[in-house]
Structures are given as structure tokens and as C-alpha cells.
Design a protein around this ligand. Structure first.
Ligand code: P6P
Length: 333
């Protein structure tokens, strides 16, 4: 059995100047994941224990799970001296380190509970995180430390709370999956060196938006329907409605996920910093690709914490196909 801690320590050989701080930071995130997982597992009992906002049988305030997950991530990271600042999809502004605690060399961004509406129907949800080296030299972290392009990510990953709890991460040397063994409370290496096929068997998109897409996006998706067999083989449609779950299936089995912009939301729905950039980092580390339909996600320079971007992510050839069709049909750069 290779635990997450043992594996990350072994990986340090790739970083001669490793101080062990990144190892400890990843372990802090793994601890938060275990705490969140334990609370999610009880979600189905909330009617017995009391719905969010009410008090449970122990007369404790029942937090909404996304609030709980957000507080858990912040509390696992803010006092360690490894982090100078955080940003979360759940917080409007930058999350500073509390007074009295040292500011560390990393900036951490996260979506604490992605796809949380799936909880009510017992479908998969996830936590997404990315880690950067701070930009500013010392003192409290600032927006400059978190508004960094995805190409500067030094590690990123997600936790998927599904039929089992899995943590998938990369520090730039391969993508590795760990499955939580609940009886011992450890993440054990279950999927070393994950790579994603260049052409996948699945495509994932919310087709109810089809009428609002550009003609390029419509043509690319019709290609996935099998309408242009001479150009691209048709694919099976799979869509869970939680990015972590759709991404994970496509990463392992091969596939492409799209959340395009449309007439109503030109930049789509997904957030650049908390959802698209970390997943794009993982996709590229696994041999895949990620674009906004035109440019590489990792090259987008963020201007705001909560900015959105269209997303095409998965097998390299599938992403290239979508980019080519959009360029041909929609023109522009
Ligand atoms: P739609 C969940 O709300 C989320 O942010 C992603 O996890 C998911 O991929 C997407 O939105 C689903 O959005 O519009 O298809 O329900």
C-alpha cells in the first residue's frame, strides 16, 4: 500500500530544492477532503439530523454542505504558515491569513464543493484546488498572488466524492489517483501515472443550450453525434452535471467535455480560476488539452477572481477538432 504521504515524499526527488512544504500542503488538503467526505456521507441523513439552517439532534447548527466545505478548506490551510492567501468560489474577495499567523510561500485557490446541487440526488460532487507560488515577496498575500495564469500552477487536483472518495493530483510530473480507504482513513495510490486517450469515447455537454451556441460549436457537437463520420467518429453522450465527475470519467475512459459560451452567457458558466485552470493543468499533465474554443486555458491572464470562460477539455485530438471547427465556422482569432 502506498499512502498519499509516502507517494508525495517519493515525488520530492523531482524537486531538488524541495523543502517538504508542498508535501505538507497537499496533506493539509487531503485532511480537509476527508473531513468534507465524512460530512457528505451523512448528507442523506440530514432529514433525520436536521436540514441545513436548522439544528440537528445534538442541537448543533446544521451548515449547508458548501458552506461547511468552504470553512473546512480555509481552516485546514490558514494557520499552517504555508499559505499567504487563498481564494474560493464561495468568497467574494481574497481570503487573507488571520492576524497572528505567518504568511507562507503558496497561494491556494479552490472550489470547495463543485456540483453541490447533486448532493440532493446522491450524485457525485467534488472539490477542486490549485496551488501557486506567491508572486509578492513577503507580508500578507494580495490579489497579485492569486490572479495568476494557469501555466504558473505548481500543483493542482480534485477530490471526487463518488462511489468512492478519490483524490487526483499532479505537481507537474504525471497525474496520480488515490482512493480513500475509509477503515484506515488513508488515501492509497490506486491510479498511478494517469494518461488520457487523444480520442475519447464520450462527449459531455449540456445539450439544452444547443440553440444558443455559435454555429461552430453546434457543428462540432453534431460531429460528436456522428454527423460527419468521414471527419470524426460519433461518441457516446455522458453528462453528470458536476465538472469533477464528468472530467474524471473522461480522464480515465477518454472523452471531451464542453461548456461553451452562448448567446445568453458569452463566457459560459464555469470559473477560470477555480474550475477551468486547475482542470486544464491536470488535462495537459495527462497528455490532454484544454481551450476556451480558441486559446489554451492555461495562457489566459486572469483579471478578476470570479471571471468565467468557455471550456473545451479532454483528449488532445478531440479538443483540437473542436478548436478547428470553431475557427473554420466562426472565424475570428
Ligand atoms: P449546467 C455545477 O453547478 C457546475 O458548476 C459544474 O460542476 C458543472 O459542470 C456545470 O456547473 C453544470 O452546469 O448548466 O449544465 O447545469
Amino acid at each position: 500500500m502506498t499512502t498519499l504521504e509516502r507517494f508525495i515524499l517519493d515525488q520530492e526527488r523531482f524537486h531538488p530544492d524541495a523543502t517538504g512544504e508542498l508535501t505538507n500542503l497537499l496533506y493539509d488538503i487531503a485532511l480537509a477532503a476527508k473531513i468534507i467526505a465524512s460530512q457528505i456521507r451523512r448528507a442523506g441523513l440530514v432529514n433525520i439530523l436536521g436540514a441545513a439552517g436548522s439544528t440537528n439532534v445534538q442541537d448543533e447548527e446544521q451548515q449547508k454542505l458548501d458552506v461547511f466545505a468552504n470553512e473546512t478548506m480555509k481552516n485546514a490551510l490558514n494557520h499552517t504558515g504555508r499559505v499567504c492567501a487563498m481564494a474560493s468560489e464561495e468568497d467574494e474577495t481574497l481570503i487573507p491569513i488571520p492576524d497572528g499567523y505567518p504568511a507562507g510561500k503558496y497561494a491556494v485557490l479552490f472550489d470547495p464543493l463543485d456540483g453541490s446541487s447533486n448532493i440532493d440526488v446522491n450524485a457525485s460532487v467534488g472539490t477542486i484546488f490549485s496551488i501557486y507560488l506567491r508572486r509578492t515577496k513577503e507580508g500578507p498575500g494580495t490579489l497579485e498572488d492569486v490572479l495568476q495564469p494557469g501555466r504558473d500552477i505548481i500543483a493542482a487536483g480534485y477530490v471526487m466524492y463518488g462511489s468512492s472518495v478519490m483524490m487526483v493530483y499532479s505537481a507537474g510530473h504525471g497525474v496520480h489517483g488515490f482512493t480513500l480507504e475509509p477503515t484506515i482513513g488513508e488515501f492509497l495510490l490506486s491510479h498511478p501515472e494517469i494518461t488520457t486517450p487523444p480520442v475519447g469515447k464520450y462527449y459531455s455537454v449540456n445539450e439544452s443550450n444547443f440553440g444558443r451556441w455559435s454555429s461552430g460549436v453546434q457543428r462540432a457537437v453534431r460531429g460528436f453525434h456522428g454527423d460527419e463520420p468521414d471527419r470524426i467518429a460519433g461518441k457516446n453522450s455522458r453528462y453528470v452535471g458536476a465538472l469533477v465527475a464528468d472530467f474524471h470519467r473522461n480522464l480515465i475512459a477518454g472523452g471531451v467535455f464542453l461548456y461553451p459560451g452562448d448567446l445568453k452567457n458569452p463566457l459560459g458558466k464555469l470559473r477560470l480560476l477555480y474550475e477551468c485552470a486547475p482542470m486544464a493543468f491536470l488535462a495537459e499533465c495527462a497528455g490532454g488539452a484544454a481551450s476556451d474554443g480558441r486559446q489554451r486555458i492555461l495562457d489566459i491572464m486572469p483579471t478578476g477572481l470570479h471571471q468565467r470562460t468557455p471550456l473545451v477539455i479532454g483528449g488532445k485530438d478531440d479538443v483540437d477538432y473542436v478548436n478547428e471547427v470553431i475557427a473554420a465556422e466562426d472565424g475570428g482569432s
